[in-house]
Write a protein that binds this ligand. Sequence first.
Ligand SMILES: Cc1ncc(COP(=O)(O)O)c(C=O)c1O
Length: 405
Amino acid sequence: MAYDFDRRIPRNGTGSLKWDFISLPGERCFWDETDPSKHARPVLPLWVADMDFPAPQEVVEAVTERARQGIYGYAIPTDAYYDAVISWMARRQGWQIEREWICLTAGVVPALHMLVSTYVKPGEKVLIQPPVYYPFYRAIENNDAVVVLNPLIYENGRYRMDFDDLARKCADPAVKMAILCSPHNPVGRVWTRDELRRFGEICLTHDVLVVSDEVHGDLIFGDVSFTPYASLGGAFSDRAVVCTAPSKTFNLAGLQSSNLIIPHPELRAVYRKTLQRNGFYTLNAFGLLAAETAYRHGEAWLTQVLAYIEENYHCLTAFLSTHLPMLKPVPLEGTYLAWIDCRALGLDADALERLMLEEARVYLDEGYIFGPEGEGFERINLACPRSLLIEALERIKTAVDALKR
Ligand SMILES: Cc1ncc(COP(=O)(O)O)c(C=O)c1O
């Protein structure tokens, strides 16, 4: 079937994190459209990574039918679930995995926290590559481990890894783990095979465990190709944990279903112990069903949604180059999150945030939340109806024009 991604579906008042919650500078509150004393005009939310599109029709139907049965007892992953995951990874990502490698978790972020608690002792160190998805910092710090930064290099409008710095940082014996964001949120890079190999070789030399967060691994554009880190095989795969999920791919984040893939049996056994220690024995019945159905029947939907998002990105770049040439979008290879260099506006982080939120009245993810390396950048979620994106861009243009006057 052909999907209509142009349709604007109201989400306010549904307990949606994206639409009902807003963080204001210095204040966190629930968005209340009905309180005119607080806000003159509703804010358009293009921040957190969920889509304003319904999931594939097959998923909606499967979940609805299951809901109608009315019995919501404990669920277990079936053979069909495992087959769907294995087949998806082979078909879409060219990686043949084995059933026993799969460890189910209720979300990648909780899994990252448990991975740090499993493999890293308090006081030991974990390396990340800012600007990067901010829960990485939390997963490390909440487990009393120490964040080590290996910032990405931004040069000629493109991001790359700093391998010399990586080697220096990994040489510290206290560094036990590196969390790779692949594809990278927020900079939109899809790491090449060569980059992954160089990254992996340095980690292997210093016996640093690689946790590769590949939650955006199905959201790839143009002729870019995605390589799952552990598909490099051999020692790379033996010292790796891959985090994957249908949540970003099919917009199922609220159903909290994800998979860790841990090829090495000993590494896996230690992680399973952590799951048991924390009492994680069962998962959400709707999450399992939605994941299986999406992996089995969602490919046509994914093709269409990727084409729509890619067109949104073209729409964004065309709008910026015509109306706001001082805002420079970074090339988008993967994820549906565009990263925009706004430094030419000459505003500090606080003033830029106020401009977007209070003048333009759009809610984006401020670059600084991904680390100081992100200051002066904005992250904008492209997985929305085009008219909403254009409305947000028009608002930004009006606010920037007023700034110039
Ligand atoms: C890199 C990355 N990892 C993990 C997540 C969230 O995963 P989950 O919803 O499964 O916790 C996100 C969501 O934006 C993300 O960008």
